[in-house]
Design a protein around this ligand. Structure first.
Ligand code: LIP
Length: 279
């Protein structure tokens, strides 16, 4: 039987390559930075242009499909996930890194049908690493298969997290307390590369053993969810239940033992949902 979504995935890879080239070229020029929700929540003209490029190219080929794009949502578009074929797009995941020319910058696209992720692409465009995953067919980096480390012992693990851009007292204190709780397990270390999508791919290829985050969005996660799942990783809610793409929180890990131990240590705070206006 032919795979109905393979053609969409092939098109996605081509568009993502063009988007990555656009980002690399923009790095050679002046970058003008704007603020979104706070002085540490940044956006640039390149984020907007790259999203336009991706959406217009996909719409031309698939005019009936739906979109959830970071910059479109910032401009007022809804972020409701339906059963319809939907492209979930982060044109630059790691905008702060892009602004500072810090190497972890990615284009992340996940494609869902009936709310299930069919494929995901994460292009770490400065490193020129293209992570791809099609449901049931494995995960790859530049065409080579990737697998999680399978580490089961959290005391031997490298854990990724992000500090986010919200600095209200509850978010800030909880974020620091969680880092402290994980470090005192102890683990080998905590790293914060600055792109959620790349973090998931780093776990997917065994360079790190876990990643947890509260306060990210579906467009930060959708591409990486496919990659981590197909690489044999575990993905769950930050409290240990089933993962929900619109919940703004996740744990991914090389094994269930590590994911569950992180869930046990984490204190949760209210981050709202992507499919309500509560963010
Ligand atoms: C960013 C993430 C980053 C996280 C920020 C933000 P953006 O995405 O990938 O890891 O710490 O909160 O969500 O805004 O660069 O697409």
């Amino acid at each position: 039987m032919t795979d109905p979504w393979q053609e969409c995935m092939d098109h996605c890879i081509e568009v993502t390559k063009k988007a990555g080239k656009m980002i690399r070229e923009a790095l050679q020029k002046d970058i003008s930075v704007m603020q979104k929700s706070s002085p540490t929540d940044l956006v640039t003209e390149t984020d907007q242009k790259v999203e336009q490029l991706i959406i217009s190219s996909i719409k031309e080929k698939y005019p009936t499909h739906s979109f959830i794009g970071e910059e479109s949502v910032a401009a007022g578009a809804p972020s409701i996930l339906t059963d319809h074929p939907t492209w979930i797009i982060d044109p630059i995941d790691g905008t702060t890194n892009f602004v500072h020319r810090f190497s972890f910058v990615s284009v992340s696209i996940g494609f869902t049908v009936k709310k299930e992720i069919e494929f995901g692409i994460v292009y770490s465009c400065i490193e020129d690493k293209m992570y791809t995953a099609r449901k049931g067919k494995g995960a790859f980096c530049n065409g080579a298969p990737i697998k999680v480390s399978k580490q089961e012992d959290i005391s031997q693990s490298l854990v990724l997290t992000e500090m986010g851009y919200k600095k209200d007292p509850v978010t800030f204190q909880t974020m620091l307390a969680n880092i402290r709780a994980i470090l005192t397990i102890p683990v080998h270390g905590i790293r914060s590369p600055g792109s959620a999508a790349i973090n998931m791919c780093l776990v997917a290829c065994g360079s790190a053993d876990a990643y947890y985050h509260m306060g990210i969005h579906c467009w930060d996660m959708a591409g990486g969810v496919a990659v981590i799942t197909e690489a044999g990783g575990v993905i769950m809610d930050i409290m240990g239940g089933p993962f929900d793409l619109m919940s703004r929180r996740l744990i991914v890990a090389s094994s269930r033992a590590i994911a569950e131990r992180i869930a046990k240590e984490i204190t949760v705070f209210d981050v709202g949902r992507d499919d309500t206006n509560s963010r």
